[in-house]
Design a protein around this ligand. Sequence first.
Ligand code: COA
Length: 389
Amino acid sequence: MPRAAVVGAGMSPFGHHDAPLEELFADAALPAMDDAGVSADEVDAFYFGNALAGQTENDTHLAPTLATHLGLQGIPCQRFEDACATSSNAFKHAVQAVESGIHDVALVGGVERCTPETGLDTDAMTRIFASASHRRYEQPTGLTFPGVFALLTKRHMHEYGTTEEELAAVAVKNHQHGQYNPNAHFGQDATVEDVLESPVVADPFHLMDCCPFSDGASAVVVVADDLAESFRGDPVAVTGVGHRTDAVPLADKTAITATQSARDAASDAYAQAGIEAADVDFAEVHDCFTGAEVMAIEALDLVEDGAGRHAAAEGTTYVDGELPVNPSGGLKAKGHPIGATGTAQIVELTEQLRGAAGKRQVEDASTGVAHNLGGDAATTVVTVMEARA
Ligand code: COA
């Protein structure tokens, strides 16, 4: 049973922007509302994600600011903060609200600026990002996010023999996909050699194994399923949203590679949708670093534990492969403006399931899954969306 429907989707190009947050968000929200054929006075509520603006822009009460800029003042607005899973969490709450009948039409989205356009360089931004790791046990050690995911990936290498070449193959694939996404931060092709020859950031990750710092915004219009056909935008069904958490410190997690929160969020989402992993036609996963994609497809049960290392290298996860993963280019090539990433995955699922993804279209896509991590993989949101019959 569909829980809700997405009837409009929009995103700004991801990359470098010097526009104020409200203008950047409008570049995603207005196209999403236009796609849905929804005017400002038809939006009942605004669910919004931003993780860092308190630290990066000294702006802590953004939802009404953005709503006012869009002509939505007066409606309930709510900001969500959940590290990199911020706007997925906003999306979950919007789905619950329309499903329960509290609202009929919700605007959901996220915006973030993380590049030097904010006036903050890589060192400063790395320190701000690290505030999503454990304050007492991890931050004092100097652990950064490339470091967090390097540790998880090192464990995968230890357990399964994963190689740097296999990790690099993930970056090569996602850069290739990103070339077909006009909104991607990086459009250029890359080779395994380019990845391996780029500077080491946190062993085993080279610069080209990492997602970039990006600015950007994304938005979708979520409506009650029984109203879906009355909007201009071709509706796509939301059939499952799983949201689980795990201990924050890496040392306290029960599983280090495919984390328990990811496995639990996936099994909740699949159960709600009444599907199994084998029914998934394609996935958008949280590839903040190449190793994260390998572990994500194992946690989603799309491949067996330990088999994720082969998927990109053998071509399985290319857009024309057996199981396309990150046809958008993923965080690696599309970019990762923290608070905008979750709903950007929903934008990609919507476009793919409408058959409107152009050169990166997955053939016969009817069931897609999005996987979005927050912090030290302590939060995971998994969403299942399906083309309507
Ligand atoms: N992938 C590919 N190319 C990248 C890149 C990336 N992630 N990051 C930067 N580049 C390119 C830039 O376009 C630039 O190219 P140019 O010289 O042709 O213009 C060059 O590399 C240097 O860019 P710069 O911005 O100076 O890099 P940097 O050393 O300051 O930062 C990283 C590079 C990888 C350290 C930084 O992007 C990073 O920390 N990424 C991870 C962010 C993160 O932790 N996110 C949260 C995940 S949970």
